[in-house]
Design a protein around this ligand. Structure first.
Ligand code: UFG
Length: 329
């Protein structure tokens, strides 16, 4: 069983992946500065609360623990915030990764799985999106991930560091049995906001219904966080087998519109979702749907949660069981 360092393991996707790895018997150590993640997502004995910028700390941790690979989730992920504070995103997502790569080089650690995003494509001209489309990010967030992908290709050439970049589409869902789910602060994502609207009665704003899509609202590829966790494990297995570096879309290949997701929430919760139609949100593409053929053919990974009702149902169970702790954070 490999031993892995998980950066950002107290965050949304990182905590779910760490949990699945532990269940499979992999040894996991988490580094997280808790600026966006939560202590309650990680077993205290495994958690080091430190910033990635602390290269010397990372070097000594890596020397002590002798990791086989790094799973690198630690990053800020709000598109809107990144356009207001680009320097924050370049410092945290890019400079933080430089520090991590520096530490890895110093100890000769040469396997990395990186959390990338479909935001590297910007507004794609062709949908579904294949990996051969050019990178053209529309936000500092997307750019920060594109820059790291480029850095990784140079680390491969210059240092023999093998990496897999996973370009997530819309991460969503929860693992309510593990007590894990979406707890962003502020929450900006569609599914938790729809669920909360049913509880508070406060209407959610749908950002535009005049897009060139069947019902006028944006279409996204919603990928369950447990499927993302399995994609990381497939990528880790790939690197442990000394296979070459690569980058892959991680999506289901199917899209749902905002109105379709709203209808799924109404069905699962059994209550209407109060909503109003607002203007378009800056930077939203009409349709973002993955072509997941490459990851399926190469890593043998395929999404298991393809019905939006199943995803919403798990997110709802988490919200009912654990939503209250949000007010206590
Ligand atoms: N939406 C609303 N109202 C809301 C929130 C969202 O109508 O209150 C709509 C958005 O306009 C979009 C869809 O719901 O059409 C999904 O929005 P999310 O904010 O949940 O997700 P995004 O598609 O904006 O973001 C995701 C990831 C980002 C990634 C981005 C790439 O969360 O990390 O895709 O475009 F960068």
């Amino acid at each position: 069983m490999p031993k892995v360092l998980v950066t950002g393991g107290a965050g949304y996707v990182g905590s779910h992946t760490a949990h699945v790895l532990l269940r499979k018997g992999t040894e996991v150590v988490v580094v997280d500065d808790l600026s966006r993640g939560y202590r309650h997502n990680v077993d205290a004995a495994r958690l080091h609360v430190r910033p990635l910028a602390d290269t010397d700390f990372l070097v000594s941790l890596m020397q002590r623990e002798q990791f086989d690979a790094v799973l690198h989730f630690a990053a800020y992920a709000l598109v809107g915030e990144s356009t207001e504070k680009p320097e924050l995103y370049f410092r945290n997502n890019v400079a933080g990764t430089v520090s991590l790569l520096d530490a890895m080089s110093r100890v000769g650690l040469r396997r990395l799985v990186f959390s990338s995003t479909c935001a590297v494509y910007g507004e794609p001209l062709v949908v579904p999106i294949s990996e051969d489309l050019p990178k053209a990010p529309l936000s500092p967030y997307g750019e920060s991930k594109a820059i790291v992908e480029t850095m990784l290709s140079w680390m491969d050439r210059g240092r023999g560091m093998r990496s897999v970049s996973l370009r997530y589409f819309n991460a969503c869902g929860a693992d309510p049995e593990a007590g894990l789910g979406e707890e962003h602060d502020p929450e900006t994502h569609l599914i938790p906001l729809l669920l909360r609207a049913t509880m508070t009665g406060q209407p959610i704003t749908i950002f535009g219904d005049d897009y060139p899509t069947p019902d006028g609202t944006c279409v996204r590829d919603y990928i369950h966080v447990l499927d993302l966790a399995e994609a990381h494990i497939a990528a880790l297995d790939w690197l442990m087998a000394d296979k070459p570096s690569g980058f892959f879309n991680v999506g289901t290949g199917s899209g749902y519109s905002v109105r379709e997701v709203l209808a799924a929430v109404e069905k699962i919760v059994g209550k209407p979702v109060p909503f109003r139609i607002g203007p378009r949100r800056a930077g939203d593409s009409p349709v973002l749907v993955a072509n997941p053929a490459k990851i399926q053919e190469t890593l043998g990974w395929k999404a298991r949660y393809t019905r939006i009702e199943d995803i919403v149902s798990m997110a709802w169970e988490f919200e009912r069981k654990h939503g209250k702790r949000r007010t206590a954070i």
